[in-house]
Design a protein. Sequence first.
Length: 134
Amino acid sequence: SLDTKWMVNDHVFAGLHFEKGHFFSSGGDDDSHFEVHLLQPTVEFYAFDGSIRPFLGLGPGLYKVQEGGFMVFYVDDRDQALVLGFGTQLGIELGRYHLSGTVHVLLEPVRIAEDELRAYVSIDHGFRFGGNRD
């Protein structure tokens, strides 16, 4: 994933979140592979000042869900869907390092092959660079 953030004040950040994920589902006679692309404007609320701060993030998203995954090369006839959804994020910032988990909920289920995707969880970690908050 890639996040861009702008500091509104010391407790509120606004930004854009880009994500690409792969999912594998095995059940019955067929294994399914999903690929999800996400574009999501976000707002994050930080509880405290200091170098250790929990935060809550929220944002609507545009999700592209398609059949395949990183093992499938360019194919024109893959099943795909474009749906709206939202994500709720809970995390902690430790200086310039952050760790968070996000629950993504699609507003309508996506059916690819024999499986249906309604929601998923992503875990994210990384380092912040730039900006003037230390």
